[in-house]
Design a protein around this ligand. Structure first.
Ligand SMILES: Cc1ncc(COP(=O)(O)O)c(C=O)c1O
Length: 427
């Protein structure tokens, strides 16, 4: 069971809201630090183990800095993500650039930073060589195709996924870069997403270790690093269980010994690029109930919308909801909890049992710390909200201000509006 408790009381939230109006995301620094330490400790047996945080999950330099202090690197997929990492003190091979459909300028920036470039296709070898030049170390993203049974709602089936090189291409690709003078080799995959079953990670590691051995046996090429991707899930639902990282680690260790050590290929650096499990459970979307509506169903309307947290609308995902101060009341009301977008799927919850909820109540959506604020957008003229940090010392710090209407108009050649914008944004 996953406990769904808030790291702040209703009174503390009310105090925060007097300084920072809802909606906002707030992250719990100490909980993030403790969590990442758990992952690193679990894999401390693995030679040179490195977690490259998937920047796309929470692209905020303050969060990246915290992770950098804990020894975590960055998994980037775009130029802005590379810049965010660099500005947060993450550089060189502490960055893996795992992009797809990538323009030359972004490869150039990655190479200039000394990042590990992870190519998504065999044709990108020539593209990289022509536009940027080949670096000393190259990684390839492996798509195992129908070899891997299963899949899930988010990642789908590898053979249907646009990512990576086929098994046959992997061998051709290593041969090709070796002939072009590349000296160091890495291998990456990302075949599972939001997965709670530890066996899936062990199976992925076993598949990758087998490939490392086969590449060595067939080509004489020694891969120095494998990246098992992200994809460790989090218990969004209270009845779910967090992944037992020690069980994953021990399972991976066993296959490492059976395959890598047994074939004389120790040490092989093992890396991951988790996003969701690092920050997801430790970020909260805080909003206020603006309206209630009773028609064929009962609705609670928030001042947040799917522009603040898109996962429920996009994937039908469950996010637990706490009505601050009503934690101990019985869940004897059923509501659809909605946002203000002109889209009927702008619902944070459908038929959710909650305590009686009233206008002005503070509603907190759990597990919004990864792929939450980051997936925000401006459709319908919605503005992206602020991000706050509950610091390890217990203070609250704004780490990204909310967008303003002026921000929304900055890319337009647009006559200045004479309206009083402050009045126009009042709730
Ligand atoms: C290449 C790559 N690595 C890592 C991640 C992070 O995944 P997660 O946040 O589920 O751990 C993603 C997510 O989209 C990804 O595409």
């Amino acid at each position: 069971m996953a406990e769904k408790i808030l790291p702040f009381t209703k009174t503390e939230l009310e105090e925060i809201i007097t300084h920072y109006p809802t909606p906002f995301h707030i992250y719990d620094e100490q909980a993030i630090r403790n969590n990442v330490r758990k992952l690193l400790t679990a894999f401390s047996w693995a030679p040179g183990f490195k977690e490259y945080f998937a920047v796309k999950a929470t692209p905020n330099p303050h969060i990246l800095k915290i992770l950098q202090e804990e020894g975590v690197g960055a998994d980037c997929s775009s130029l802005p993500e590379l810049i965010l990492s660099k500005q947060s003190g993450i550089t060189g091979e502490n960055i893996i650039f795992s992009s797809n459909d990538t323009p030359a300028a972004e490869y150039q920036a990655a190479k200039d930073l000394g990042a590990i470039i992870n190519l998504d296709d065999i044709s990108h070898i020539e593209y990289l060589e022509k536009h940027v030049g080949l670096p000393e170390l190259i990684s390839f993203r492996y798509n195992p195709g129908p070899l891997l049974e299963g899949g899930n709602d988010i990642i789908g089936y590898p053979e249907e996924a646009k990512y990576g090189l086929t098994r046959k291409q992997i061998f051709e690709a290593y041969k090709m870069i070796q002939s072009k003078g590349v000296k160091r080799f890495a291998l990456h995959t990302m075949v599972i997403s939001n997965e709670l079953n530890p066996d899936s990670f062990v199976a992925t590691a076993a598949m990758m270790f087998d490939l490392v051995v086969e590449v060595y046996q067939k080509l004489g090429i020694r891969i120095e690093m494998i990246d098992l991707g992200g994809g460790i899930g989090i218990p969004y639902r209270p009845e779910q269980q967090a992944v037992d990282l020690d069980a994953v680690s021990q399972g991976v260790r066993k296959v490492y010994e059976d395959k890598i050590v047994a074939n004389g290929l120790h040490p092989l650096k093992i890396t991951m690029e988790c996003g969701r499990m690092i920050t997801g459970p430790y970020g909260y979307l805080v909003s206020t109930v603006l309206h209630k509506k009773e028609i064929y169903k009962n609705y609670v309307g928030l001042d947040a919308c799917m522009a603040n947290l898109m996962r429920p609308a996009l994937y039908g995902s469950y996010h637990h909801i706490t009505v601050a101060g009503k934690e101990n009341l019985s869940l004897d009301h059923v509501y659809d909890v909605t946002g203000s977008l002109c889209e009927n799927n702008d619902k944070f919850a459908i038929d959710r049992n909650l305590p009686r909820t009233d206008i002005g109540d503070i509603v907190v959506l759990h597990d919004a710390g990864a792929h939450g604020h980051a997936m925000g957008f401006n459709y319908n003229g919605k503005l992206r909200s602020a991000e706050l940090l509950l610091t390890a010392e217990g203070a609250v710090k704004m780490i990204r201000r909310a967008e303003t209407i002026e921000d929304y108009f900055t890319t337009l050649d647009f006559e200045k509006c004479e309206m009083n914008l402050a009045a126009a944004t009042k709730k």
